[in-house]
Design a protein around this ligand. Sequence first.
Ligand code: GLA
Length: 394
Amino acid sequence: MIETFRERYGETAAIRVFRAPGRVNLIGEHTDYNMGFVLPIALELACFVASADSPDGHLRVYSEEKHESREWPVADIARLRPSGDWSDYVIGVAQELIRANYRVAAKLLLIRSTVPEGSGLSSSAALEVSSALALLAGQKIEAVRLAQLCQGAEVRFVGLPVGIMDQYVSVMGRKNAALRIDCRSLESEAVELPQGIEIVAVNTMVKHALAQSAYKERTEECAAAADAIRRLEPAVQSLHDVSISLLEAAAPSMPNVIARRARHVVTENERVELFVKAARRTDVERMGQLLAESHTSLQHDYEVSCAELDFLVDTAAGMDGVLGARMTGGGFGGCTVNLLRAGLRERFQRVISEAYQERFGITPQVFDCRPSEGAGEVKNLERIPPGAALSQQT
Ligand code: GLA
């Protein structure tokens, strides 16, 4: 990566490399923007940003994946408008940093990512957080603040009203543990996963166009549900504060579809808590069941699944040694997350790939999801994976 950097930008002084991981969410889907609970793990798949000072007052960025470069005079960054492509994540973050009074200097950046785009494994949060670290270049920032600024870039600049889960776990992920995040207090705790299981993500390789508009619609539906419930119980700030019995009491005062959206969120928060407890007593069967219940709720109450996700979940559910499976991330494509008994991964991959190939004519990617640590500067450059350009040469 350093060689590619020098080929592109010439000999420069100190090159630093920053890494931020993608994530897979085990359970707690579409709860973060309702101030609820989530349980993601940071992945080894990650975005790497190499950076050095730029001599000419410009911010220059090159994406290896896209084979595209962009540049802007640093003095213009605060006034830029979104351009609708990958560079919005970098500029969005730069604007947030400037607004928060961090110094954003002219830099040369090279981006290499192993998080597949559109897969629901949070390639955008990985890009935001690694870019933010490169632009901060060592300026001190509190971890939660960093996550909030990166979330702000996506909400205010890219224009998607996301919650904080992806950026939070990318910053604060733990090796060997999932992270239970309370999206209201922004506190988190590590949850160690039992021995004898493997977590595997399967990529549908599709991302339906509906994803972004439906995401916004769901955030509005949840806000409408909270408004309706507040008329009955004024202390309710968000669906985080709603119990099943309160929801049942309030349901007649709202359209059925709104009540179903709320039911997903309220029951999903409960499932996160049950899953964490099951993990702590190493009850892997119960963990698997909760994944299955989560999927059913996302499929029927929240309606963010799709035929490809349902097929992967149903196929996995019918296999020996699969404890549970569900869609993960925003939905309408992307990945499923599967809980397997250890040692079955190869057979699982073969069977699920053949079935998916036969049904949809697409070979799905399968990823091992070993919990990795959160974002930071890469001190051991051997950890950087080879880029496409380099691996083509070999
Ligand atoms: C996307 C968003 C997250 C979260 C999930 C759904 O990944 O970026 O904030 O809302 O969808 O759980």
